[in-house]
Structure formats: structure tokens, C-alpha cells
Design a protein around this ligand. Structure first.
Ligand code: NAP
Ligand code: F7E
Length: 370
């Protein structure tokens, strides 16, 4: 009988972990995921997978070497996907030491757990690296050769993760690789990342549950893809003959302002942006009569970062040519539509169920209510 592929996913409860679990279960893998103890037991993104015979969850923590060593020994994975991280850039300014421990040293702990269990030549490792490494960008678009210039505590921690993976690949001949993934979003995206903050607010404003949305830098440019498309690349990277690093991106760039315009339009409100910088406002010029003429989007200094990454655009040529991956299988317009439609339904369902949610993203992101 053919031996089963066994995957261990750190960060299984996150956006990417949930899509990757579905993808690997469909491929016939036995999937093991790391969870942390939390005072709330409901794991929204993977609840539909719990109880499936090939899906297993284990308590461990990226900050606890012993838990990782024991778990890797017990599971004997053939592939590890290291997705666990404190992944919010703004939060990394507020909790830099925790971010460094999980996002930098955590990667080392995984690599050492594999070596300690003598699996370095049988277990392949994927590291969730990021376009944030390019930071204060030195060229546009960015590819695998573009120099790094990390520009936040998050990015600096992830740079360590990138280099330690490369080091272990060369020093110990391990099959470990980094996917340098540009922003990827979905209806499962955390609610304080800018895209989801916008789609949820558009849905809530359209349904009379919120008056206004406060954002930071509207001119920031991102290369936004669909998370469900990106997890396939994580798997493809580990199926190659040689361990290598890949840029995963769509090759298309939009501003936060453009994302907001399209999201509000999809929710039935046309915005016109007037003014500049901190005084810029998104005014409703077409849509429901009671909203026309109202300012629905404002800029707030609270959401500006001490240093911000403002010009990310990936060149996915290597992934396209060597992995055979299609960077544009979901367009920007489709992505926005998927997210807004989902959030319109979610807000309506919360209303019917009488759920009182303080999901004003301003509050969730900064503890601020305007
Ligand atoms: P996410 O939704 O924030 O999920 C992060 C995951 O990490 C969660 O499962 C979280 O568990 C877990 N985690 C955090 N600290 C941990 C710890 N100390 N021990 C164990 N688990 C811990 O992130 P994502 O968007 O899915 O991203 C996945 C990975 O890709 C991250 O490493 C991120 O930095 C990287 N990345 C993301 C993007 C993007 O655009 N999404 C782009 C490039 C790279 P809890 O649920 O318990 O908090
Ligand atoms: O910000 C600007 C903000 O928080 C995008 C993580 O998955 O992708 C993500 O990091 C841009 C920034 O994502 C608001 O200043 C404006 O320029 O959605 P974000 P991020 O920082 O790009 C990378 C690839 C990762 O690796 C990370 O893990 O949008 N922006 N106004 C805002 N951002 C937020 N959050 N909130 C605002 O109100």
C-alpha cells in the first residue's frame, strides 16, 4: 500500500491554514494542525473540518520548543507548512518582541524540531514568507532577485525566517523553501486587514448598521490576490525537484482608494473622493437616497503607521513558468465581488439572528470608537 502523505500545518486556524487544510484533504493527505489554547473554543474558519477522519488538531505553540519537538516526533510529517505568525503589520509596532519570537525564532524552532527528530531528509518544509520583505521598495515590480528592505518589526522578523530557511537548506541539505507571497485576501480574511475592513464596512453601511468608515493611507498600493488560489502554490513549491524560493503575486496593482471605491460600488454606493491626505473624504454621489451627499469614508491619523510600505507589485513569472500556476485565475474585480457579497450576507444574517457585534473595524484594530 502506498504511504500516506502527512502534513503538519502551523497556523491552521488562520485564513491560509483553513484553505490549505481543505486543499490537502482533497488531495488525500492526513492533515495535522497546531492550535493554541484560547478562552473561546469555536474555531470559525476550520469548524467545518473538525471531526473529519483525516483532520487532527494538537495543542502547541510557536513560542514553546518542547511542544513543537514532541509534536513533530509524534506526527512524523512528510511536509510541514509553517504558516503561524503574528501577521498584522500594525500590531507588530505594538507587540514587537512577541512578533519577533513567533515570526522569527518560531521558524528556527520548527527547523530544529525537524532535525531533533532526524526527519531533515524526509520532511519538506514550506515557510510563509512575505512581500513585506521588500518594504521600502528598491525596484518595481519585485521579483526573487529584488533586494529586501524590511520596513516594520513584522518584516524584520520575517526576514530572519527567510534567511534561516535558506541557511538550513544549504547547511543541512534540507528541502525547505520560502514562498514570498504578496497580499492575498478572501471572505475569511481577518477583519482588521484593510480589504476586509472595507468590505465589512461597506456591507454594514449599506444595511444601516454603521455610519462611516475610517481608514489610513488611501494611496498605498498593493498586489492583491485571492487566498484560495495562493495555497495551491504552497503545495506546488514542495512538489518540485529542487527546493527554491518563489514570488507569488498577481502582477496587478491597485490602491486602497480603488479597493474602497469598487467595494462600495458593489454594495450599491458610488463614492467620489475629494480633498487630499488627511482631509480626503469619500462622498456618496449615487446610491440609496438617504446616503447620497453623505461622507462615508474619512481618513484618520490613527491608522497611519510609523513606517508604511506603499508600493508593492509582484512579478510572478518564475511561479508561472516553473510551477505552471496561473496568477490571474481570480481577477481584482472578482475578489472584491466575492468579499462584498459574502459580507452583505453575513451582516444580514447577523441581523436576523439578533447578533450584536462590535465589529467596527476601527474598534477591533485600535480600540478606537469614533
Ligand atoms: P492569519 O489569518 O493571521 O493566521 C495566523 C495563524 O497563526 C493563526 O492560525 C494563529 O492562531 C497562528 N498563530 C499566531 N501565533 C501563534 C503561536 N504563538 N503559536 C501557534 N500559532 C500561532 O494569517 P494568514 O493571512 O493566514 O497568513 C498565513 C501566513 O502567511 C502568516 O505567516 C503570514 O505572516 C504570512 N503571509 C500572509 C500574507 C497575506 O496576505 N495573508 C502574505 C504574505 C505572508 P490563532 O488563530 O490562535 O491566533
Ligand atoms: O494593509 C493601508 C496600510 O493591514 C495594507 C498581512 O497579511 O499583507 C498583510 O500586510 C495597506 C497598508 O496589510 C488602513 O497602511 C490604509 O499600506 O491590509 P493591511 P499589510 O500591511 O499589507 C502582507 C503581505 C503580510 O505579510 C501581512 O501578514 O493598507 N491602510 N488604511 C490600512 N491598513 C489597515 N490595516 N487599516 C486601515 O485602516
Amino acid at each position: 500500500m502506498e504511504k500516506k502523505n502527512i502534513a503538519l500545518i502551523t497556523g491552521v486556524t488562520g485564513q491560509d491554514g483553513s484553505y490549505l487544510s481543505e486543499f490537502l484533504l482533497d488531495k488525500g493527505y492526513e492533515v495535522h494542525g497546531i492550535i493554541r489554547r484560547s478562552s473561546v473554543d469555536y474555531r470559525e474558519r476550520i469548524a467545518h473540518l473538525e471531526g473529519k477522519p483525516d483532520f487532527h488538531l494538537h495543542y502547541a505553540d510557536m513560542g514553546d520548543s518542547m511542544s513543537l519537538v514532541k509534536l513533530v516526533g509524534k506526527v512524523q510529517p512528510t511536509e510541514i507548512y509553517n504558516l503561524a505568525a503574528q501577521s498584522h503589520v500594525q500590531v507588530s509596532f505594538d507587540a514587537p518582541e512577541f512578533t519577533a519570537d513567533v515570526d522569527a525564532v518560531g521558524v528556527l524552532r520548527i527547523l530544529e524540531a525537524v532535525r531533533t527528530n532526524h526527519l531533515e531528509h524526509s520532511c519538506r518544509i514550506y515557510q510563509a514568507s512575505t512581500s513585506e520583505l521588500y518594504g521600502k521598495v528598491e525596484e518595481v515590480p519585485q521579483n526573487e532577485q529584488t533586494p529586501f528592505h524590511p520596513y516594520s518589526p513584522y518584516a524584520v522578523a520575517k526576514l530572519y525566517g527567510y534567511w534561516i530557511v535558506k541557511e538550513y537548506r544549504e547547511a543541512y541539505d534540507m528541502f525547505c523553501c520560502s514562498g514570498i507571497l504578496f497580499n492575498h485576501e478572501s471572505e475569511r480574511r481577518g477583519e482588521t486587514f484593510v480589504t476586509r475592513k472595507i468590505t465589512l464596512a461597506a456591507a454594514r453601511i449599506a444595511q444601516g448598521k454603521q455610519e462611516k468608515l475610517y481608514l489610513g493611507n488611501l494611496s498605498s498600493l498593493r498586489d492583491w490576490g485571492y487566498a484560495k488560489d495562493y495555497v495551491e502554490c504552497m503545495w506546488l513549491i514542495l512538489q518540485q525537484e529542487k527546493p527554491e524560493d518563489y514570488v507569488i503575486a498577481t502582477g496587478v496593482q491597485h490602491s486602497v482608494r480603488e479597493f474602497a471605491y469598487l467595494a462600495f460600488k458593489t454594495a450599491g454606493m458610488e463614492l467620489e473622493f475629494r480633498g487630499e491626505g488627511i482631509n480626503e473624504k469619500g462622498v456618496c454621489v449615487a446610491g440609496p437616497a438617504h446616503l447620497v451627499g453623505k461622507t462615508l469614508v474619512e481618513v484618520s491619523e490613527d491608522f497611519y503607521r510609523p513606517t508604511d510600505v506603499v508600493n508593492l507589485l509582484g512579478d510572478p513569472s518564475k511561479a508561472k513558468n516553473e510551477l505552471g500556476w496561473n496568477p490571474q485565475s481570480t481577477s481584482f474585480e472578482q475578489l472584491v465581488s466575492i468579499m462584498v457579497k459574502h459580507d452583505m450576507q453575513k451582516v444580514a444574517a447577523d441581523h436576523v439572528a439578533g447578533v450584536m457585534r462590535t465589529n467596527l473595524a476601527e474598534y477591533l484594530e485600535k480600540g478606537i470608537t469614533k
